[in-house]
Design a protein around this ligand. Structure first.
Ligand code: PGA
Length: 254
């Protein structure tokens, strides 16, 4: 059975006081619930990992980085290494988020190397893939996504079955426009097919999350589709009641 994940990507948001309030509200909202197969992961700005790690209660919330260096250490100003993320309690890290790909020109090969380094440091990379509206409209969507995944397969080989993918259509991120369930399922099935071509095990085992304007009122229907194994949530993860509702809706899905 594939892992079910709900991931909060706080992006460049949060501060000391906000983080404290969020953690106490999330802990309160989650403590009575039997989660068994669900993992909830918070990805705050790296400077707040230590604070949040200290605020962890017995609620099943895990920490993740928003990005990781492809380097282990050295003269790389501004980078955060996988070992550093581990030291501050991270189990996961996002890599290749479209805001990194677009704003920082991260190419497929670099994203793949970041995923490889993350694994070598004992972190599970959540590798973001997805197309622009222009690519979708011009019929290049599948080719773009295939290339994004293929670069990771070429770099990781059999370790590919240890990662998580997140399908995030760029036109749906922060826009309020969510992919329809059919659009999302079609893309997820395509991604699973690409992984299956590499190996049956990989296609069966790798969790694929959906991200892009996820809200409490669309979470359950998205999670109900066969190839969506979890959600990557940006804006809605900054409101505890909304994020809690998203987590709770996963209990009522497949
Ligand atoms: P959004 O962001 O939920 O605000 O659209 C998702 C993401 O960028 O991961």
């Amino acid at each position: 059975m594939r892992k079910k994940l709900i991931v909060a990507n706080w992006k460049l948001n949060g501060n000391w006081a906000f983080n404290e309030v969020m953690m106490s509200e999330l802990s309160l909202g989650l403590k009575e619930v039997q989660w068994h197969d669900l993992e909830i992961i918070l990805c705050p700005p790296a400077v707040y990992l230590q604070q949040l790690n200290g605020l962890m209660t017995d609620v099943p919330i895990l920490l993740g980085g928003q990005d990781v260096s492809e380097q282990f250490f050295g003269a790389y100003t501004g980078e955060t290494s996988g070992q550093m993320l581990k030291e501050f309690g991270c189990r996961y890290t996002l890599v290749g988020h479209s805001e990194r790909r677009v704003r920082h020109q991260e190419q497929n090969e670099l994203v793949a190397l970041k995923a490889k380094t993350a694994l070598a440091c004992g972190l599970i990379p959540i590798i973001c893939v997805g197309e622009t509206l222009e690519e979708r409209d011009s019929g290049k969507m599948n080719a773009v996504i295939q290339q994004q995944i293929q670069s990771v397969i070429d770099c990781l080989k059999d370790d590919i079955s240890e990662v998580v993918f997140a399908y995030e259509p760029i036109w749906a991120i922060g826009t309020g426009i969510t992919a329809t369930v059919d659009q999302a399922q079609e893309a997820h099935a395509f991604i699973r097919g690409v992984l299956q071509q590499y190996s049956e095990l990989c296609g069966q085992k790798v969790s694929i999350l959906y991200g892009g304007s996820v809200k409490a009122d669309n979470a359950q229907v998205l999670l109900g589709t066969p190839d969506i194994d979890g959600l990557l949530v940006g804006g809605s993860s900054l409101m505890s009641s909304e994020f809690l509702a998203i987590c709770l809706s996963s209990l009522n899905s497949k």
